[in-house]
Design a protein around this ligand. Sequence first.
Ligand code: KG4
Ligand code: ZN
Length: 356
Amino acid sequence: MKILGLESSCDETAASVVEIDETNGSIKPLSNVISSQIKLHAKWGGVVPNLAAREHLKNILPVIESGLAEAGVSKDEIDLIAVTHGPGLIPALLVGTNTAKTLSLAWEKPLLGIHHIEGHIYANFINKKDADIKFPALCLVVSGGHTQLVLMKKHLTYEIIGETQDDAVGEAFDKVARILGLGYPGGPAVASAAATCEFQSFDFDVHFPRPMLKKTNFDFSFSGLKTAVLYFVKKNPKEIKNKKFIAEVAYEFQQAAVEVLVTKTIRAAKKYSPKTILLAGGVSANTELQTQLTQAIEDNLSKTNFSFPEIAYQLDNATMIATAAYFRHKALTNKKSLLSTWKNLQTKANLELPKK
Ligand code: KG4
Ligand code: ZN
């Protein structure tokens, strides 16, 4: 079957066609078109919802046309339309959701609304076969809006065993980037600055806290870490243009964030004994996190598999939405009902992961 995925929850307008070979469950992207609004929002230092919506409105139909054209697929060959309907920025979500509803009605195609984080988790299945990932799985979800440890006993069921009590880790990267004058989006900028750090010869006595590390629960907190960075920078006002200072602050911040994420994930895995650990969300692009988590799993949980999405599917994209939709569709008994989803599909800013 062929699924058209659409994504517009934040600052990326994306469309993708995914082909599923139902004989062997292989999941193959045929296109992955992403129109990014980074330049538009950069001057504001973050995403402005109404500007994002206007851009989505301008771009969504051309992006869908490109998604179909790059896949070499006509609308008649599409078996299912899938769209992110939350969580996210409502003005942004409305554009994708309403476009998907309109296409579903006009083309007479079934429609499924998909949870954005479920999409990030299912990005791990792209270019794999559906049986390749073994359950139970423990997911470390790290994005601009979420930081959660999620236990999946089987497909499509989610138990949140821990989450951030304040900022998401991606948000902390973005705020630290702003404090250091590194611009937006902050995650890649902080990671690049940290990578220039010659850590054998620290010039500055920089040490940040590892929030909640000693707490035995699986919750996180990143707001205090960001504030510690802010105070340290304020204490050293003359250094703010000093590249070595910026590199050392970025490095120590990244180490603190990664240490907490890795330690809590390993601790949760020891308690819940998953067969697989999955990394998901935009911060999964962080190579320090990938490397340290890979090593920690090898050292502590030699029988546990580890997966993170391929580079093209780590940040927001529509291939992950179409992939999650395949699993939701497969599990549905009344598939015909999807022909009338367009009548009642809603968007929700704080949509929760479905428990069952
Ligand atoms: O999943 P995503 O694309 O959008 C949301 O669903 O939020 O995640 C975006 C977040 C941003 O906060 C961005 O700064 C962060 O992911 N990010 C990174 C890296 N690349 C993106 N954080 C750390 N290191 C990176 N290389
Ligand atoms: Zn995302």
